[in-house]
Design a protein around this ligand. Sequence first.
Ligand code: FES
Length: 383
Amino acid sequence: MSSGDEQAKPPTEAELADMDRDQLVKLGTKLDGVEIVHYPEPWPVKGTKAEKRAERTIALWFALSAIAGLGFVVSLIWWPWQYEPPNHEDSHFWYSLYTPMLGITLGVSVLALAIGVLLYTKKFVPNEVAVQERGDGGSKEIDKATIVAQLADSGNRSTIARRSMIKRTAGLGAGALGLATVALPVASFIKNPWKDSETKDSLWHTGWQPQYPGEVVYLRRNTGHLGHEPEEPSLVRPEDLDAGAMETVFPFRESERGDHEALAKALKRSDNPVMLIRLRPADAARVVKRKGQEDFNFGDYYAYTKICSHVGCPTSLYEQRTNRILCPCHQSQFDALHYAKPVFGPATRALAQLPITVNEEGYFVARSDFIEPIGPGFWERKS
Ligand code: FES
């Protein structure tokens, strides 16, 4: 009987329900005009050394995936991630490995799982050679039933049911990788924004927060001597900037003088960088100030956080001609003449403005910390 005859007389529903998997597989191929030319068992002789070796190799890859996935979770939570200056040689070494550890462990976990799956498919899933006519229209009930049978048959022939070592290690690898992918978003909730909310180390404050009432926090430039700062910090005076210029500044307090570690920490702290902009006089005359922040500037000088309000990249570019501050990550633009409100791109909030003045010695100083959290939003943030 030809396959064309079988297609002309499909079985009734009752006949279909009575068929076993083998019959359904054959029926499926005939109905689809498929001719299986070659359908070898992957391991016709059971229990050979080669078969066991293949099984062990695959299990090893899955086990490696599991170990690396768990390594990622452990690194994410317990690896020393807080900044250590270069002169703390031991602790700086371990701190500097934090990001590589996350990348390596997660990468190895994904890669090992993929290699395990590929090897399993190659070694144990039957590779039949079949020829099929191309058909039109959607799938019929018969096609659906027979394709399920074919898939089940394929799974059965791949002998996965009796390969408990592979099943266990694959489950372990997939589970560890799943744990790692869940740990990533969950980790972002671990830092409690309310913890120490009065100190400069909370999400509500930056390094510009005075550590005691009346502490003077100067604006200081980075002279490129990280960890080996000169004795005299490079503080900023109004006459240091030409009209239309921008300078990146960091906080400096007297208690840090000569303390290379504290000075380096202030440069490294991610929420510290501030853009000090001196507007050209004609532009300064057109400035629109934010309500409640009318006195945050000093003359033509405006200080905005350098941390983008989109997802926190450094907004490092200031275009003098248009007075726009540009974030290179996703091209948000902020209008420096309009309290740095976003005028283009995905950012939706203005860059936070640092209130500044000049003290009796002629140096720029911060009048306080930012009055709102800087950078990207978080749930508890109101501004
Ligand atoms: S982080 Fe600045 S535009 Fe996205």
